[in-house]
Design a protein around this ligand. Structure first.
Ligand SMILES: O=C(O)CCC(=O)C(=O)O
Length: 248
């Protein structure tokens, strides 16, 4: 694969994250590759659907790193890693890696910042610790539930003031499948209503500095992989410090 830094201006993407809290990177993978990933995801969506997911009209698929190699390939995508290694440090690791699908008729918003921010009391610490990576597996539009985001909200270092109502000044992220939204973890965002007849899917990968605890037990997932590469081992926490007792 070509050096991602040659084709994308990482400094410009980082400047946008710093200012607005997010940036949409077009064409990180081709639409055909996004279709391939979505087709794989659909098999898990079908196998794992429950009464609850059908009623909620939204469905998460977890443990995707161990479910299919295409998800591992995207978790280790060179451009995304180059970005987060520059923004969060060379030793960045993956905190959670899952998929979110919003079905036709889903009609809710639910503003939040991401882990670990929601797990601690505000004011949240300044700086760059954890960032979200949202892979568009469908074209995102205003109508089908393109993710809502509040520009500049990562500077506030507090949770969103409301959960279920639209926030004035918020924007809707749209883009062609294969694009990736990269976002500061403290930035307020929400899934949105899907008013079309088709499901809308995204992959969600949180990357963070390794001094934090991960959202998911990534090491347990790592243990399920056959012959993971050193990079995959690192991203899934193999080298992360584990608490010990002073004095042995
Ligand atoms: O699927 C989306 O549009 C956003 C999902 C999300 O914000 C989340 O799962 O944290």
């Amino acid at each position: 694969m070509a050096d991602p830094n040659l084709e994308h201006d990482l400094a410009a993407i980082i400047a946008q994250i710093d200012e607005c809290g997010y940036s949409v990177i077009p064409a990180v993978i081709t639409p055909e590759k996004a279709d391939e990933a979505r087709t794989v995801l659909e098999t898990f969506l079908a196998a794992e659907a429950t009464e609850d997911t059908r009623a909620a009209k939204t469905q998460r698929v977890g443990r995707i790193a161990v479910k299919h190699p295409i998800f591992l390939e995207l978790m280790t995508h060179p451009l995304i890693l180059a970005l987060w290694q520059r923004y969060l440090g060379e030793d960045v690791i993956c905190s959670t890696w899952s998929a979110n699908t919003v079905y036709p008729g889903h009609d809710k918003v639910g503003w939040h910042a991401d882990f670990p921010y929601w797990s601690i009391k505000p004011p949240w610490p300044m700086g760059n610790f954890a960032c979200q990576t949202l892979w568009l597996l469908d074209d995102f539009s205003v109508e089908n539930g393109g993710t809502g985001v509040m520009p500049g909200s990562h500077h506030k270092l507090v949770p969103p003031p409301v959960k279920n109502e639209w926030i004035d000044g918020a924007e809707i992220m749209t883009g062609v499948r294969g694009s990736v939204v990269v976002m500061h973890g403290a930035c307020w965002h929400t899934a949105r209503p899907n008013q079309t007849q088709q499901a809308r899917s995204a992959l969600l990968g949180m990357y963070m500095r390794p001094c934090l605890i991960t959202q998911e037990d990534m090491r347990a997932q790592l243990a399920e992989l056959k012959e993971p590469s050193p990079l995959v081992q690192h991203l899934m926490g193999a080298n992360q410090w584990r608490p010990t007792t002073v004095g042995g």
